[in-house]
Design a protein around this ligand. Structure first.
Ligand code: E4P
Length: 224
């Protein structure tokens, strides 16, 4: 399962990219709204893409098909490698169908059920983003939806890539990998939690302490 970072914060994204653990970035209007309002969004998104390469999802904000298609055309002028992120609504599916006809990659967002994922795949989506954390937030089982989607994909040999989105903690990442998601888009904080373990930190500290102890012994014996 590939990892993307779910963020619009350049510092976080650059750090995640420097570790070589991510192969793309997903953004959305809420993530962009958390950043400096004086920042030019196009420049920010291009800097993000230059820092990571790979996948970059850029979301439209129109809610009608014609508006989404206009926005997609505009986005692709300044970010030709972008994947167009389209909301899971009827007009969105019509936009996905048309973009697919033009060979333009799409990521259908705000998917909360297996039937929504199936509809998006049939419309021609390149990626389907299942928002499991928001399902957990309302007391439903988000990972089960990812499992259901992956099972349907296997049985029907569907091409769209399953993105596990709205990740809240490392266990979500592990469960989505086991469930068969192709990609997990993970907030920076959770990525950092995924790579850390207290036993790694204490183990490293013990190795360094022992190494330093050995060095001082050698210095004392003049055998350094
Ligand atoms: C994914 O594409 C979305 O940007 C994201 O995962 C939404 O997550 P949230 O529920 O934390 O807002």
């Amino acid at each position: 399962m590939e990892l993307y970072v779910d963020s619009a914060n350049l510092k976080e994204i650059r750090h995640a990219a420097s570790m070589g653990i991510i192969s793309g970035v997903t953004t959305n209007p809420s993530l962009l709204a958390k950043e400096d309002p004086n920042q030019d969004i196009k420049t920010l998104l291009l800097d993000i893409h230059a820092s990571v390469g790979g996948h970059l999802s850029v979301e439209v904000v129109s809610t009608d098909t014609a508006g989404m298609l206009r926005e997609a055309e505009e986005i692709l002028k300044w970010a030709p490698e972008a994947t167009i992120k389209i909301p899971m609504i009827a007009d969105g599916l019509a936009a996905v169908k048309e973009l697919n006809r033009q060979d333009i990659p799409t990521n259908v967002t705000l998917i909360f059920s297996a039937t929504q994922a199936l509809a998006a795949a049939n419309a021609g989506a390149t990626y389907v983003s299942v928002f499991l954390g928001r399902l957990d937030d309302i007391g439903a089982d988000g990972v089960q939806v990812v499992r259901d989607v992956a099972e349907i994909w296997d049985m029907n040999d569907l091409d769209a890539l399953i993105i596990a989105a709205s990740i809240r903690h490392p266990i979500h990442v592990m469960e989505c990998a086991k469930a068969g998601a192709h990609i997990s888009t993970v907030p920076y904080k959770v990525l950092m939690q995924c790579i850390k373990h207290p036993l790694t930190d204490s183990g490293l500290q013990a190795f360094l302490n022992d190494y330093n102890k050995m060095q001082s012994e050698k210095e004392k014996l003049g055998t350094k």
